[in-house]
Design a protein. Structure first.
Length: 85
């Protein structure tokens, strides 16, 4: 189990929720989703949309830019267009 440092500057979704003293069920209710759906966000199986991520940051009272909303090895499957020469 991860420990919560009092002056921590970056928070995982799970640690942010725990710091706020909320259960997965409580956060899921506040975000208007099932606990199972919320669990997928917390486990990194699904990534929050920006509006839901912002709402989450308001619920846990941690600044949006201090919460890590995806795992470090997460990559988008975006194909960039080739440059025209």
């Amino acid at each position: 189990m991860s420990k919560i440092a009092p002056n921590q500057q970056e928070w995982s979704i799970e640690l942010a929720r725990k710091r706020a003293g909320l259960t997965q069920e409580e956060v899921a209710d506040k975000l208007r989703m099932s606990r199972n759906s919320y669990r997928k966000y917390e486990n990194g199986e699904v990534i929050f949309r920006t509006d839901k991520a912002w709402e989450f940051s308001q619920i846990v009272d941690i600044p949006f830019d201090q919460i890590i909303f995806f795992k470090p090895n997460y990559t988008l499957s975006v194909v960039l267009p080739k440059k025209c020469e």
